[in-house]
Design a protein around this ligand. Structure first.
Ligand SMILES: Cc1cc2nc3c(=O)[nH]c(=O)nc-3n(C[C@H](O)[C@H](O)[C@H](O)COP(=O)(O)OP(=O)(O)OC[C@H]3O[C@@H](n4cnc5c(N)ncnc54)[C@H](O)[C@@H]3O)c2cc1C
Length: 409
């Protein structure tokens, strides 16, 4: 009989097990992971560098139907506690602006440290073992797995933690939504899920022609003629639409028929830009308009702007009228892309929605079944890009580890 079985060996599951065993080494704790290794998703985070947390953890960086409950959990285990926890397992943290990374800048080293700690603490790890169902009888949970070699009562436990993550990252990272099914069977409400921190699909004739080109831009999302969100950074043009940090960050605000606008010369006021464009007619006199943007904008972006303004690229620079100059300046500062969707869960970094926090007490124990807990992305909490989602994994793990200790007495 186990004291605790954790279903899912990702960021939240591994850290729950480690925090639990550090406080109560005598407990018998197991992690069951369907993939051949634990922590596979962690290895892919932060472009292989693992943006482990953020200097500034605020409520405005998180999204949940029950934000107050989530924020309390984040406040209880925030930046300093996260640094201490990682230092205790050998990972020192450093910062790039407000983003925190392991000093090694290697996500794989975070997985190694978690794995080594789990091994030292004698946490039982069952990999390549998919959990199919969880049953409970007389305050004991029985975990049913695909592995038919296990005796029926081998995976009996007093407490169980659902740490199966959400849908972001897709099947290859083990994100298939099984946790929602398990919790639903215990009477939990599961809120609709959508991919966030994801590339945005747009009407793509322009973006396809600019595929692979990056531009620093002030980005706005427009919905029903109102600005609903904005950010600044490097935007990447793709065959399907737009990507890059500000697009990923703003993707949660993109609905069908939203419009993304890029200001590609944000540091120059519109009137100044009109003057600048007008002046360039003389500078590039005698040359075709294909050369007009040399030294100001990426050549191909400039050509796309001209096409958008219905100006022939073969015309000479000096033939631009004052109205053309105004249209060019306006288009550069308000380059519009109609949103048609996103590239889906397989390409997303987080899941919005999931298991409703209202069905859990403030210590993340189920209100439907004593001894049942959930941590991490399976819950209806997600954060902005910048280390906020992993921070939720560490913080919710701390709450659940403490909660299990009080439950077991
Ligand atoms: C490409 C990418 C980059 C990211 N980069 C960052 C970043 O830099 N910073 C940041 O803060 N966040 C980042 N995130 C988000 C962050 O990784 C997740 O929010 C976090 O890992 C969620 O942790 P989790 O433990 O809840 O779920 P997961 O890490 O998804 O772990 C769940 C585990 O449960 C297992 N499992 C599921 N079902 C079963 C079952 N039936 N039986 C057994 N095992 C099961 C899965 O195989 C998986 O290993 C990124 C996400 C992606 C996809």
């Amino acid at each position: 009989m186990f004291d605790t079985i954790i279903v899912g060996g990702g960021a939240a599951g591994l850290s729950t097990a480690i925090m639990l065993k550090k406080s109560r080494p005598e407990l018998k704790v197991a992690i069951i992971e369907q993939l051949d290794r634990v922590g596979k998703k962690i290895s892919t985070t932060g472009n292989g560098r693992c943006n482990i947390t953020n200097k500034s953890i605020k409520s405005e960086n998180y999204y949940s139907k029950d934000l107050n409950k989530a924020i309390k959990i984040l406040e209880d285990f925030s930046l300093n506690e996260t640094k201490d926890f990682f230092s205790s397992i050998g990972v020192e943290i450093c910062f790039e602006k407000s983003k925190a990374f392991p000093r090694s800048f290697q996500a794989s080293s975070v997985v190694d440290a978690l794995r080594f700690s789990a091994q030292n603490l004698k946490i039982h790890l069952f990999t390549s073992t998919k959990v199919l169902n969880i049953k409970s009888k007389n305050s004991i949970f029985n975990i049913i797995t695909e592995n038919s070699d296990f005796p029926a009562d081998m995976l009996n436990t007093k407490t169980v933690v659902i740490a199966t993550g959400g849908l972001a990252g897709g099947n290859k990272l083990g994100s298939n939504g099984d946790g929602y099914k398990f919790l639903k069977n215990f009477g939990h409400n599961i809120l609709p899920q959508s991919p966030v921190i994801v590339q945005v699909k747009t009407e793509n004739n322009i973006t396809r022609s600019l595929k692979g080109i990056k531009v620093d831009a002030a980005v706005k999302i427009i919905q029903n003629a109102k600005i609903t969100a904005s950010d600044f950074g490097e935007v990447l043009f793709c065959d399907y639409g737009l990507s890059g940090p500000p697009i990923l960050q703003l993707s949660r605000y993109c609905k069908q028929n939203s419009v993304i606008t890029l200001d590609m010369l944000h540091e120059i006021e519109l009137t100044d830009l009109v003057n600048l464009i007008s002046k360039r007619r003389n500078i590039f006199k005698g040359f075709p308009l294909t050369e007009f943007f040399a030294g100001l904008l990426h050549k191909r972006i400039g050509q796309a702007v001209l096409k958008q303004c219905n100006i022939a690229l073969s015309d000479l620079c000096e033939t631009l009228t004052d109205t053309d100059c105004q249209n060019i300046a306006k288009t550069i500062k308000d380059f519009k892309f109609k949103v048609t969707g996103n590239t889906g869960f397989a390409n997303a970094q987080a899941t919005s929605g999931g298991a409703d926090l209202k069905d859990f007490n403030k210590n993340l124990m189920s209100k439907h079944s004593d001894g049942l807990f959930a941590v991490g992305e399976v819950l209806d909490v997600d954060g902005d890009c910048g280390g906020y989602n992993l921070q939720w994994a560490w913080s919710s793990a701390n709450t659940v580890a403490n909660s299990i200790i009080s439950f077991l007495g």
